[in-house]
Design a protein around this ligand. Structure first.
Ligand SMILES: Cc1ncc(COP(=O)(O)OP(=O)(O)O)c(N)n1
Ligand code: 3NM
Ligand code: MG
Length: 200
């Protein structure tokens, strides 16, 4: 989660509400905090997730994922390659890989991704270097070609999540649609309802 606009609330506070609202996976994504703080915050988030049967994933940092005994790591095209991440993490852990083009999806599949994060589906202000919105077509093309869970990411909220699922995604990954809302629990619940409905 990026908590720049979380209204002074901590990641843990937001996560408690998000889980109560029905999220099934939480990713620790903090590119700024000192490592010691990331580890402390991560341990609290991990314990919370474990207590609720929610998957806990660390973004970028395989070392942090190992130290926290996270359920897995999410890596992008410029991060540690997925196959190397898996070697460090050991078996039984998830490796998620980002893809914004079919070529990137091919790389991710060659690196034996467990799931793909595909985006930015819509325009996003959360990730400055996300690039132009790509829409939902790539999700359809990937899920037609491979049997792999895909989550759409980028600019997704309850108002526009349904087409992402209808295109073939198994779920959606969001930051601002939960962290920037006055009531993160209600926002998560609305989003989960839309996703569940679209999956039917
Ligand atoms: C689920 C999910 N999908 C994509 C990303 C983006 O990863 P990456 O391209 O490495 O960019 P950063 O998040 O590291 O800025 C993600 N984090 N999660
Ligand atoms: C972390 C991230 N990755 C993206 C990608 O396209 O790979 S877009 C993104 C930011 C998602 O935040 P929001 O839900 O607020 O748009
Ligand atoms: Mg990354």
């Amino acid at each position: 989660m990026g908590l720049e606009d979380a209204g002074g609330r901590t990641a843990l506070e937001i996560a408690v509400e998000a889980i109560a609202g029905g999220v099934t996976m939480i990713q620790l994504r903090d590119k700024q905090a000192p490592l010691r703080q990331v580890l402390e915050q991560g341990a609290r988030l991990r314990d919370l997730c474990r207590g609720h049967g929610v998957a806990f994933i660390v973004n970028d940092r395989v070392d942090v994922a190992v130290l926290l005994d996270a359920d897995g790591v999410h890596v992008g095209q410029d991060d540690i390659p997925g196959a190397e991440a898996r070697r460090l993490l050991g078996s039984g852990k998830l490796v998620g890989i980002s893809a914004g083009t079919m070529e990137e999806a091919e790389w991710a599949m060659a690196n034996r991704a467990d799931y793909l994060g595909v985006g930015p589906v819509y325009a996003t202000a959360t990730k400055q270097d996300a690039g132009e919105a790509i829409g939902t077509d790539l999700i359809g093309a990937i899920t037609d070609r491979w049997k792999i869970p895909v989550v759409g990411i980028g600019g997704i909220g309850a108002d526009n999540a349904a087409p992402v699922i209808k295109a073939g995604a198994a779920g959606v990954a969001v930051v601002s649609a939960i962290t920037r809302q006055a009531n993160p629990m209600q926002a998560a619940r609305q989003l989960a309802d839309v996703v569940r409905q679209a999956l039917k």
